[in-house]
Design a protein around this ligand. Structure first.
Ligand code: NAD
Length: 484
């Protein structure tokens, strides 16, 4: 099903659902990750070992199901996800204080519509003089999934669909700051499973996830694959676990705009992408390198589309608020780190911190900086977009590649020059490269292709889907079954 909801339609549905809830929000439930409005959440355990046991039972149940039955469960997950998208979006924003309800609603609908199911699992056959060899995509067993605070329920549901389609059980160690939202999504998958005739507990989670519960998950013999969606620290930790792991890590996506681009469209696209869910998606535009001869026009187009331009003095003031000194307790080294009080906040809220009051029509803060400015170098995950003027394509590519920091995550370009587009794509080597569109086109929102909220650059699976969570097994039949 195509994604064709307008923002106005989404706002309308969100308002209607929240009204029907009678004002019930996560705040009312007091961030109790075991219940929602008095209803006990299914699949949430106090002890990680119990959660792994439940996921193991879920895995055994899936193994006993036909593909058709598995697909029925996935269809039910999609339907519930679509129906309860506004509830999860509202929960996510209320619990984490990050992002926008209408955009989070759209993200859930995207997950429901464009996450591949069992059709993604295909068999390869090779026939020849010796007979037939099949290669099948088999489940791992129980998958241990670590999920972020930025797209909490989206990631739980997207990973659940793919991992279940592949025939796995799943246990989650969600981000502690988004635990009520993440566990709501775990419960949703289990409710869908029961509705579709599947096991009552198909996927599991814990009441209070910690680094210790993650370690139990890493070491448990039933957990055969670890999938980690988060920042550099946690990706490093799963990759050193000694188990097969998929790492979906940080990005800092640069955008190049050259003087052949449709500047009007580029200005709108960049602000649409950068301000989507207040810049929380890891693929969102984080810094712009604009050709000097079109920079003024580009800035003006951005301003027509909800961008507010601040001066370099105001940018310096804002930088002191959104980036704070944090001392590493082990090494004692002090490093500039993003302030969690500012991540994913509305542009108006961030501007108010430096004494500028604007209305809700302002959705992004822009400023001109040099390349070394922390707004360019740090992955802020806030609707703040620095613009660096460049003289030519060589300088643009050189600086954009450096700003991406070798994450090989995502990059964007607005240009009609095929040589420029090709040169940047080759140089930056990112998992996602979006040409002439907002960043979210790269995950299937207004762009072709499936969606995922787990983009595995470091370990190479790319935009993960059901097949990423499988192991290849070969079956050889000698001297028969070649029918030609
Ligand atoms: P985070 O890194 O703060 O946390 C991610 C998860 O890891 C949480 O569940 C956290 O509790 C846990 N964690 C942290 N350190 C750990 C450790 N040493 N051992 C075990 N668990 C640990 O992530 P966040 O702030 O919620 O998300 C933002 C980051 O994630 C950004 O860097 C963003 O780019 C990245 N991200 C990447 C993708 C992708 O698909 N590549 C998707 C979403 C977010």
């Amino acid at each position: 099903m195509a994604i064709n909801w307008t923002e106005a339609q989404i706002e309308e549905v969100v308002a209607a659902v929240i009204k029907n809830l009678g004002g019930a929000t996560a705040a009312k439930s007091g961030w109790d990750s075991t219940q929602y409005n008095g209803r006990r959440l299914i699949g949430v355990y106090a002890d990680m070992n119990d959660a792994i046991d439940a996921a193991t039972a879920g895995y055994k149940a899936i193994r006993a199901m036909s593909l058709e039955e598995r697909e029925k469960v996935i269809t039910a997950v999609r339907e519930l996800c679509r129906k309860e998208a506004p509830i999860m979006a509202n929960l996510g924003v209320t619990e984490t204080k990050m992002g926008r309800v209408s955009h989070k609603t759209a993200k859930h609908i995207l997950v429901a519509d464009k996450t591949p199911g069992t059709a993604d699992i295909v068999c390869q056959a090779k026939t020849g003089d010796f007979g037939l060899t099949l290669t099948e995509m088999a489940p791992f067993g129980v998958v241990g999934s670590i999920t972020p605070s930025t797209n909490p329920s989206e990631t739980v549901i997207c990973n659940s669909i793919g991992m279940i389609a592949a025939g796995n059980g799943v246990v989650f160690n969600p981000h502690p700051n988004a635990i009520a939202t993440s566990n709501y999504a775990v419960d949703l998958v289990n409710r869908a499973s029961a509705m579709a005739g599947g096991p009552k507990v198909l996927v599991a989670s814990v009441v209070k996830p910690t680094l210790d519960t993650a370690q139990i998950m890493y070491k448990h013999p039933n957990v055969r694959l670890l999938v980690c969606t988060g920042g550099p620290g946690v990706v490093r930790s799963v990759l050193s676990s000694g188990k097969k792991a998929i790492g979906a890590g940080a990005g800092n996506p640069p955008v190049i705009v050259d003087d052949t681009a449709d500047i009007k469209k580029a200005g709108k696209d960049i602000i649409d992408g950068c301000s989507f869910d207040n810049n929380l998606p890891c693929i969102a535009e984080k810094e712009v390198f604009a050709f000097r001869n079109i920079a003024d026009e580009l800035i003006s187009e951005m301003q027509k589309n909800g961008a507010y331009k601040i001066t370099s003095e105001q940018a310096a003031k804002l930088a002191k608020i959104v980036l704070v000194d944090v001392k590493n307790p082990k090494t004692g080294i002090v490093k500039k780190t993003i302030s969690r009080d500012c991540v994913g906040r509305d542009a108006a809220v961030l501007l108010a911190k430096i004494g500028i009051n604007v209305g809700p029509e302002i959705r992004c803060i822009i400023c001109e900086t040099d390349f070394n400015h922390p707004f360019v170098q740090e992955e802020l995950m806030m609707p703040i977009l620095p613009i660096v003027r460049v003289d030519n394509i060589d300088q643009a590519i050189d600086l954009a590649v450096k700003a991406e920091h070798g994450n090989r995550h995502t990059a964007h370009m607005h240009s009609k020059n095929i040589d420029h587009l090709t040169r940047f794509a080759r140089a930056v080597e990112t998992t996602i490269f979006v040409k002439n569109a907002p960043s979210y086109a790269g995950i299937g929102f207004g762009g072709e292709g499936h969606t995922t909220f787990t983009i595995a650059g470091p370990t190479g699976e790319g935009l993960t889907s059901a097949r990423s969570f499988t192991r290849y097994r070969r079956c050889v039949l000698s001297e028969a079954f070649r029918i030609i």
